[in-house]
Structures are given as C-alpha cells and as structure tokens.
Design a binder for this molecule. Sequence first.
Ligand SMILES: NC(=O)c1ccc[n+]([C@@H]2O[C@H](COP(=O)([O-])OP(=O)(O)OC[C@H]3O[C@@H](n4cnc5c(N)ncnc54)[C@H](O)[C@@H]3O)[C@@H](O)[C@H]2O)c1
Length: 416
Amino acid sequence: MIAVIGLGYVGLTTALGFSEKGFKVYGIDNNKEKLNSIIANKIPFFEKGLPEILNKKLNKKFFVKNSLSECVDDIEVIFVCVETPVDDTGKANLTYLQAALKSVLSVIKPKDKKLIVIKSTVPPSTTTKKIIPFIKRLGFKAGYDVHIAYNPEFLREGTALEDFIKPDRIIAGVNDEYSKQVLNKIFKPFKAPVYFVSLNTSEFVKYLSNSFLATLLSYSNEMSMIADSIGNIDIKSAFKLFHEDKRWFGKPASMQGYAYPCCGFGGSCLPKDIKSLINKSSEFGYNAKILKDVIDINEEIKVFWINKITKNLRKDTKIAVLGLSFKPDTEDVRDTPSSAIIKMLIKKGYKNITAYDPLSNKLFDKVYNVPVKYASSMKGAVSKSDVIILATAWQEFLDNKDLLSKKIVFDLRYKL
Ligand SMILES: NC(=O)c1ccc[n+]([C@@H]2O[C@H](COP(=O)([O-])OP(=O)(O)OC[C@H]3O[C@@H](n4cnc5c(N)ncnc54)[C@H](O)[C@@H]3O)[C@@H](O)[C@H]2O)c1
C-alpha cells in the first residue's frame, strides 16, 4: 500500500499509475483547491490519460486524503513528489520537501519502519547531505527507524502516464537491503529493469539526462544562429538531414526533438535543473562551463528571435503569438519561452498582441498577467493580425497552416 505526497504532474501520475498497476494508493496534497478538484473526479491540470484512470480508480484503488495521519496505518511506502524550485542563484529550495518530510515524520513512529521514497528532483548529494541529517534532527535514524530511497522520475508532460507506466528502466538509490526488497516488490508489475545504485548516483542520473537534453537544444539553437548569420542556409532542411545519421538517432527517434532548434527550452524541469546543477557543482569546487553556456544560449536565442521579428516592424503592427505552453500537449506555462517573447515585444513598445493557445490562455493570463488580448481560436488570432509568431508547435497550428498563407510568419519551432 502506497501513499503519495504532492499531487502535481509527477505525484498524481505516480499515484494513478500505481493504482492502475493494482496497488491501493492514497494521495495527499496541501493545496485544498487541487485536492477538492481530484475528489470531484477532475484532474486539476491537463494531462492525457489521467482523467480516465482517475474516473476508474477514484475511491476504488485511489483514495484522496487531507493528511497522511488518516491512512498511515495502512501504508508501507510513501512517495514524496513535491516541488523543488530554485532561487536566482540556482540553489535548490528544499523547504517544500522538508515540510513534506516533517509532516510525514510527525505521523509515523520509529518502530513503524516505513519506506520514504523521494521522487522530487534534487541535486546530487541532497539526500545524503541534507535530507538524512534533516530527518535525524527530527529524531529518526535513516536505515533503522525509517528507510529512505531516491527514485528519479523521467516522465515528460504530455505523455506522463505512458512514460510512468512503461518506463525504459527504473532507477532507485538505496542505502539498505530492506528498501531494495520493498522497491523490487512494488516495481515488479512495471516489467522494466530495476537498477539499484547509490543515492548520489540515482540523483545524478536525472541531471545527466536533463543536462544532455538542454545541451542538445542549446547546441541546435547556437547552430541555427550561426547558420542564420552566414545566410543562405535552409535551417530546417539542414537539421532534417542531420537527423538522417543513423549512428545517433535510429527509429523511432524522439531524441530528434531535442537536437532541433527552437526559441529556447522551458517548462518546470530543464531551466531549473541545469541552474541547480551548476550551483551544486560550484559548491563542490567545479566550475561548470558547458552548462553555463547552455543557459546563456537559452536566453540569447530569445533575443535573437526578437531582433529578427522586430527588424523593420512598425510598433502598431498587429501580432499574433500562437502557443503559450512550453511545449504542445500540455497546459504547463512554467518558464515558457512564449512569456519571454511576449514580454520582450511589450518592452519594445508593441501593444497590439493577440495570443492563442489551445489549452493555456487562462493559465498564462493568470501566471503572467501581461497586457495582451486572448483569442479563442487560431483563426481568431490570425485573422486579426499581420505578423504571426509560432511559439509552440501544437498540431492544431501545423494542421491549419493554410490560415497563415497571406501573413508574415515567424516559425520559432521550424515546424511549418
Ligand atoms: N513536471 C515534470 O515533468 C517533472 C518530471 C520529472 C521530475 N519532476 C520533479 O518532480 C517534482 C514535482 O514536480 P511537479 O511538476 O509534479 O510539481 P507540481 O508543482 O505540479 O506539484 C507539486 C505538488 O506538491 C504539493 N505540495 C507541496 N508541498 C506539499 C506538502 N508539504 N504536503 C503535501 N503536498 C505538497 C503542491 O501543492 C503541488 O500540488 C519536482 O521536483 C520536479 O522537478 C517534474
């Protein structure tokens, strides 16, 4: 029996994923609005496949609780999936994680020997150097009174459920045999190889992955800027030809999406995780160079696009920004490149901006509160505008590109 603390993208997918695999799962979140929505059988954010499983499992295999105290006697494993944002220096903010752990430890007793599995992304060494000492200060000895493991999550928003249910491999950082036994048991139905490694290694693998993806994107973006400055290079064709090299990509080739230029990476993971790793490595005396450039290029690419778009563009031009989420098939607008693009346009004096996203208009407005108009359809946004900026490559935009035929179009995703 499993409890999941934090029912965001990762936590709710984890909870419903385990319930789909036949486990009895309790979900806990301290955001009442979110909790009430789930209790009312409504996923509080858009993520394919989750509504159907919630509908099937709610109050049968998946139970929502206000607090762990309501189900603590019934559970063996507690997954902690709360947010771990970074501050301006890239330092991971562990207060949410510590608060969640504190609430867990306030309702379990040392003799219970529960297994706590951290799924939130934390910089390598955090569990051993920060979390285990934190738990000790609260009176629990890790490995004796309570077991601590780390299980990085590799799901991608938009395909979160499928990524969770059908993982390539499962990685678990453990310090003791008991954690290994319990995790082997709960991961068995996933029919994927399970690798047990040290806590630091398990935390590191997540950063290895995200840093590589971010580097691929910044590499592609730098190459697109070099190509543009040289001129007469068809950037889209060049990258398509690059993808034909079978040594790298094979088929199916989802990695191609990362080795492809755009207007910068965003979302809740890549920007934060790269900054966090730079910060952590400097704390340990290593000055990360490639990763700092990766972040710098991620800013530079937006300035590059803005300069390109606004060159010879009158301030009263009507502009449509298509796409507000950081990528298609999600409504997530955290660190979305569209917000930087829109803010830069506004700063340059462009006032006639209409934005449209198939899912994120409302959320974007709430989070960024920028002075733009929102259209309720692609057609509505495009028909009112002279210049179109494709900022997120939703399929809807690609399917209706004929709407753009008489417009000046900036395809920031090289997809049209
Ligand atoms: N979103 C992704 O694609 C993704 C993928 C892999 C890993 N991660 C990592 O997983 C973690 C969670 O990410 P997310 O996108 O699901 O975040 P999120 O912000 O969507 O969800 C976090 C949830 O935790 C809840 N919460 C915070 N403190 C709590 C507490 N003390 N008790 C109960 N609930 C609490 C919040 O209310 C929120 O609902 C982060 O560390 C992130 O870096 C995210």
